[in-house]
Design a protein around this ligand. Structure first.
Ligand SMILES: [Zn+2]
Ligand SMILES: [Zn+2]
Length: 267
């Protein structure tokens, strides 16, 4: 049980190790009541391609980062509050058998474990942490989550007009609402979406814009996006916070099984 590890020396030591591995690229993680529940490498589906990321499950947050040196040095630290996380198992096609979605208000993505057993372990531990958190705080699970972005290479033509072919010049854009890959003209509208854009309207496809406009005729949240000329605009939001960068030193191919420090069976 997680609570048994609070205030133990072993827990404090493990958290200090994690802090150490992120060094100055991370934030202090040792706060009262926090427990490191488990850790391991998962494959994260990024915009361009799948990448190995080191994940740390705490009883209140999920932390992940790029692996610079396996078990020694990580950077590009991301922190996800578990309170807003929803998990969704992927199992339809064989490729996704060991995968699941981690959905949050600000970003959602798919991860894959090496085996189905490891997937079960991860999902069970994360789910338990979320349940415990919500029970303690008395809060309701968050219902609105960011779209999972369709990877770039899954769309050679615009998923909205089905005509526009993507090239170096005709760049891909992602609808922040549904996650589809669309061309510029098919995503020249913006909407205010909860948790995204830091108070600014974000890019959506015409279909999502139309749907939202119909729902909220009296108080439209959409704004025109005609002023947008910046070609790099699509690099805002989603997966782009440096998370897609490859860690040059990470050449390790060996697989380490995840470690969990609290067993769900002991209650
Ligand atoms: Zn289009
Ligand atoms: Zn859309």
């Amino acid at each position: 049980m997680v609570d048994r590890l609070v205030n133990t020396e072993s827990n404090a030591r493990r958290i200090a190790m994690v802090e150490n591995c992120f060094g100055s690229s991370g934030v202090p993680l040792g706060v009262p009541g926090r427990v490191l529940v488990g850790e391991g490498v998962l494959t994260k589906m990024c915009r361009k391609k799948p990448k190995s990321r080191q994940f740390f499950l705490f009883n209140d947050i999920l932390v992940y980062g790029n692996i610079v040196i396996n078990k020694k040095k990580y950077n590009k630290q991301h922190i996800i509050p578990l309170e807003e996380v929803k998990l969704e198992s992927l199992q339809d096609d064989a490729q996704c058998r060991n995968g699941w979605l981690i959905k949050t208000v600000t970003k959602s993505f798919a991860v894959h474990a090496a085996t189905s057993t490891e997937k079960q372990e991860w999902m069970a531990h994360i789910t338990k942490c979320i349940e415990d958190l919500l029970r303690k705080s008395g809060k309701k699970p968050v219902e609105t989550h960011a779209a999972v972005w369709v990877p770039d290479n899954e769309a050679n033509i615009c998923m909205h007009c089905k005509k526009s072919q993507f090239t170096v010049l005709n760049r891909r854009h992602h609808c922040r609402q549904c996650g589809t890959v669309v061309c510029g003209p098919c995503s020249n509208k913006k909407l205010f979406l909860p948790g995204q854009g830091n108070g600014k309207a974000v890019r959506v496809c015409l279909q999502c814009y139309d749907t939202a406009s119909k729902v909220k005729v009296s108080s439209p949240t959409g704004v025109n996006n005609n002023s947008e000329q910046r070609n790099s605009a699509d690099s805002s939001g989603g997966d782009s916070s440096g998370d897609d960068d490859d860690a040059a030193a990470n050449k390790e191919e060996t697989h380490d099984e995840p470690k969990f420090y609290s067993t769900l069976l002991q209650r």
